[in-house]
Design a protein around this ligand. Structure first.
Ligand code: HEC
Length: 484
């Protein structure tokens, strides 16, 4: 088996997937603001220099530009943090993506550099420049910021819908994949909305504006939210371009996904309804408190949307190519013969806390902990979010054996079990030991060799019954390759 194992970090009660997802939500929100903020500054600059608005200039010289500065600095920092988290959670995933998108990522970084330089120059020297030069600088900043979205969007949407790339292996098929356009447009609209809402909060906070000036500025900013009318169409387009099994997760197949999607839709509908009917159609005013509430709703929509986008890929991090636990689909059958725990060179973090058997760390619990780390820990913890011993509470060991062996049938968003029957039995022992409150002594599961051999044979039979394939295989593929 030519498997390469990488060391992965353990985030305690926070499951690995959540560590990266949580950071991702914050990163995306600030990055969206940095992009939309640039566009809003361009628009206000144009309003000011063409004499369409008298107070736009004061707004431009106010606090908003500090926020844009802060957002691209935090965007950059959380972006780097994303890299550090990815390599600790799934080095294999990020490694594959770097292999595939090497040069495109380099292009993204050049745009990012341009964004940082243009943004900083606009912030530092904007007030001293002529109107035209100032506008040019702001347009350059916004363009560069949007282009970095353009490039990263292709790379991220590839994870969910690799599309024609699966057959052609062409970089451009990977990049311009089926969800590329809907998510690019959706994110652009979201960026404008976030920027407009933050601007409305600030317009209300600034002490120098009169009520008329405020009203005028709010209504100008509200226009940036008009594209929200497209959101339902873009959302449906995105969902239609998604693989059918992923679509099932959000339509009730996975409760967490369905709830998150509904939060995203509900929050967006509230913001969109207020913007389109209240602010644009009825020309209502919005006060600071309401604008803040809408900002929070926009954050909730972003969080829900990102959670769903990350979650619907399950059981893959790269659809069809790599399971979330870094096992490749085509490796499963071989792993069921040889396993991976014996070649795992990395020490176990609480190995000394395991009970001893014959003076050494209990071999089954040790193996079980390694199986858990390799195959389950990306989505489960031992005592925290989605804790495995909590989910199996009340099950007897035999039920665990059968369900772990048929993992992909238990919940189709889990990958098939990829280890030997002995490894699976060790995992059951490990989970039972946690369920029983981690006692200091633990019996030898193989004390009775005949019974142990029977048990492994039963597990082998269940593994064979479930087969090595994921629960839901792409229709075209299963026809061609005689899959499930
Ligand atoms: C791709 C992510 C992922 C991986 C990898 C994964 N699981 Fe799960 N598992 C989930 C999710 C999500 C749930 C649903 C939790 C819920 O319903 O609240 C779940 C639920 C479960 C349940 C409860 C099912 C039920 O119907 O009550 C068990 C048992 C379980 N997982 C075992 C495992 C084992 C054992 C492994 C490792 C061999 C594993 N899982 C790997 C995501 C995963």
């Amino acid at each position: 088996m030519d498997a390469v194992l990488y060391p992965v970090n353990d985030f305690g009660p926070v499951m690995k997937g959540l560590a990266i997802g949580g950071l991702g939500i914050f990163h995306v929100f600030t990055a969206h603001f940095a992009i939309g903020g640039g566009m809003l500054l361009c628009y206000f600059q144009w309003l000011a220099m063409t004499g369409r608005s008298k107070s736009a200039r004061a707004f431009l010289d106010g606090y908003f530009r500090y926020l844009v500065l802060i957002s691209f600095v935090t965007g950059a920092l959380t972006g780097v943090a994303m890299w550090f988290t990815s390599i600790q959670v799934s080095p294999v995933t990020i490694g594959l993506m770097i292999d595939e998108f090497h040069w495109l990522w380099a292009v993204e970084w050049t745009f990012f550099c341009l964004e940082v330089v243009a943004g900083y120059a606009a912030f530092k020297y904007g007030p001293q420049l002529t109107d035209r030069a100032r506008l040019a600088l702001l347009v350059l900043y916004s363009f560069a910021a949007w282009m970095s979205l353009f490039w990263i969007n292709g790379i991220l949407s590839f994870q969910l819908t690799p599309g024609a790339w699966l057959e052609s292996r062409s970089l451009w098929d990977a990049f311009f994949n089926p969800t590329f356009l809907p998510s690019l447009f959706y994110r652009t609209v979201a960026a404008l909305v976030v920027a407009a809402l933050v601007a409305m909060v600030l317009i209300n906070l600034a002490p120098t504006f009169t009520r008329e000036e405020r009203e005028e500025l709010v209504h100008r900013a509200a226009w940036l939210m008009a594209p929200m009318a497209l959101m339902p169409v873009l959302g449906v387009w995105f969902i239609a371009a998604m693989p059918p099994d992923s679509r099932e997760w959000i339509m009730g197949g996975s409760i967490a996904m369905t709830i998150m999607l509904n939060i995203a839709i509900g929050a967006s509908a509230l913001v969109g309804g207020y913007a389109l009917f209240g602010l644009i159609r009825k020309q209502l005013y919005i006060n600071g408190a309401t604008a803040t509430v809408l900002c929070i709703l926009a954050f909730a929509a972003t969080a829900g949307g990102e959670f769903v986008r990350e979650g619907v890929r399950k059981p893959y991090t790269l659809r069809e190519l790599l399971y979330s636990n870094a096992v490749r689909p085509e490796q499963v059958a071989a792993l069921r013969e040889h396993g991976l725990t014996e070649i795992d060179p990395y020490p176990l973090r609480d190995e000394d806390k395991l009970p001893k058997l014959n003076g050494r760390p209990h071999p089954h619990l040790l193996t079980g902990a390694l199986v858990f780390r390799q195959q389950c820990s990306v989505c489960h913890t031992t005592a925290g979010v989605n804790a495995l011993p909590g989910l199996t509470r009340g099950w007897d060991a035999e039920m665990e054996r059968q369900n772990f062996a048929k993992l992909q049938q238990l919940k189709p968003f889990m990958p098939p079990f990829a280890g030997t029957p002995a490894e699976l039995e060790s995992l059951v022992q490990f989970v039972e030991w946690w369920e029983k409150g981690r006692p200091d002594t633990w019996p030898d599961a193989a004390a009775d060799p005949t019974e142990y051999a029977d048990r492994l044979a039963r597990i082998r039979r269940w593994l064979d019954e479930a087969g090595p394939h994921p629960a839901l295989v792409r229709a075209a593929r299963s026809d061609a390759k005689g899959g499930r």
